[in-house]
Design a protein around this ligand. Sequence first.
Ligand SMILES: *[C@@H]1O[C@H](CO)[C@@H](O)[C@H](O)[C@H]1NC(C)=O
Ligand SMILES: *[C@@H]1O[C@H](CO)[C@@H](O)[C@H](O)[C@H]1NC(C)=O
Ligand SMILES: *[C@@H]1O[C@H](CO)[C@@H](O)[C@H](O)[C@H]1NC(C)=O
Ligand SMILES: *[C@@H]1O[C@H](CO)[C@@H](O)[C@H](O)[C@H]1NC(C)=O
Ligand SMILES: *[C@@H]1O[C@H](CO)[C@@H](O)[C@H](O)[C@H]1NC(C)=O
Length: 449
Amino acid sequence: MPRPPPSPPTPPLFFVLTTVVFLILVAATVSEDSDPESDCTNKWIHIRHLPPQFNLHLLTNCSQYPLFDDFCPYLSNHGLGQKTHNNSHSWYRTDPFMLELIFHRRMLEYPCLTSDPNLADAVYIPYYAGIDSLKYLFGPEINSSFNHGLDLFHYLVHVDSPSIWRNYQGHDHFLVMARPAWDFSQPLSNDPPIFGTSFLELPEFFNVTALTVESRAYPWQEKAIPYPTSFHPPNLAYLESWINRIRKSRRSTLMLFAAGGGISANPNIRRSIRLECDNSTNLNADATGYAKFCEFVDCSNGVCEHDPIMVMKPMLQASFCLQPPGDTPTRRSTFDGILAGCIPVFFEDLSAKKQYGWHLPEEEYSEFSVFIAKEDVVFKGLKIVDVLMSIPRTEVRRMRDKLLEMMPRIMYRKHGSSLGLRSKKDAFDVAVEGTLQRIKSRIQEFAYQ
Ligand SMILES: *[C@@H]1O[C@H](CO)[C@@H](O)[C@H](O)[C@H]1NC(C)=O
Ligand SMILES: *[C@@H]1O[C@H](CO)[C@@H](O)[C@H](O)[C@H]1NC(C)=O
Ligand SMILES: *[C@@H]1O[C@H](CO)[C@@H](O)[C@H](O)[C@H]1NC(C)=O
Ligand SMILES: *[C@@H]1O[C@H](CO)[C@@H](O)[C@H](O)[C@H]1NC(C)=O
Ligand SMILES: *[C@@H]1O[C@H](CO)[C@@H](O)[C@H](O)[C@H]1NC(C)=O
């Protein structure tokens, strides 16, 4: 993903200190905050104690990665980033790579925490894996990326109460790694490494469940969970008013493609979409009910990444959002689109169907999304406009209703949100539920070996 050149360093200490103070305060008050009615059977989670070198200290260098954007501004609000404007309640300039912080903060208010690891059904490692990987991906340790994770392993297994690991040899442990799993799947034999660390290739971590934003084609220990979008409502009223807005929004564009980058010379799905989109202005949309067939939102140079309005507005006005693979099969844009009630059009199964099974069940894809094989578009001249125009209006409406029903499951609500909103499962809740189930079955397997 191309990033703008680094901006001048800003002192990150303020952000880090406020984060530290908040985390400590939250940790101290969280038990009173939990809902006494909730039944915690099979849901107990223990948070492993980690020294700050594995999480908070990593944030202090947020402006110092030469090939990576200064990410200090995105640390605020526990990783949600800054609000889009002063009186915004739900919208933030969220960087998806901050999911490790967002998840950590939410974990601290999880209602079934236990300080006794022996009572826990799962053990959370509050390690900022993706942020720690930056020094290997873009920093001075680029030639020792096979070391990523070894310090952590040493600490978990040999330094801090080794019995916690030994209980299930790590099968009950989980962590969040807020980048595509490819970035952590460098074969140990590649020397010097090409791109990525070897964290997921280390036998030391084979037993641990890793929550990533994208999994490999043949995932082993990782499971994909949604990229965070910019929408983090603090209560039910804000969620409901957004849903109303999506429902009422007039969809005057048939399909929308928001992406960066120019048209490449080689045939690929993004190129075909751009050509078809540019060309569609010649088609006559009168009598179709749409003002135009296709809109392209140019997100070159990362201009849309921290400015949700740039993509959300046009997405609200489109019936379908095209979600072709890019450098990797998945896109954050898929979740922005769902949030806007814009029906996703996928061109390969690895873009979502084979990824986010906990949040968007595989068997329901035909009810809320469209699939068009990329080969048919690129090599067989199939026109996307023709496919989408052939879907009856009533069907389009039905798909959008289904999408709205599923939408709360893919957003990360704001930490400390009201009880009413907590009664709706969000992406965090669904991820924790899936993790607990997965760990339960792993432990059973392990016990009978
Ligand atoms: C931050 O960067 C400095 C040098 O730029 C390095 O000495 C220090 O170890 C880094 N800290 C962390 C936590 O990575
Ligand atoms: C937003 O709030 C900050 C501090 O409260 C203030 O300095 C800034 O001027 C405000 N910005 C706008 C556009 O109102
Ligand atoms: C990494 O290794 C390559 C090739 O051996 C070398 O050119 C480069 O300078 C090394 N980079 C660092 C940061 O040590
Ligand atoms: C992972 O689990 C297997 C048993 O399922 C065990 O033999 C192995 O030692 C464990 N690995 C680590 C690093 O604990
Ligand atoms: C562009 O439009 C013309 C006329 O409608 C059509 O013949 C041609 O195949 C289109 N090209 C692409 C790349 O869609």
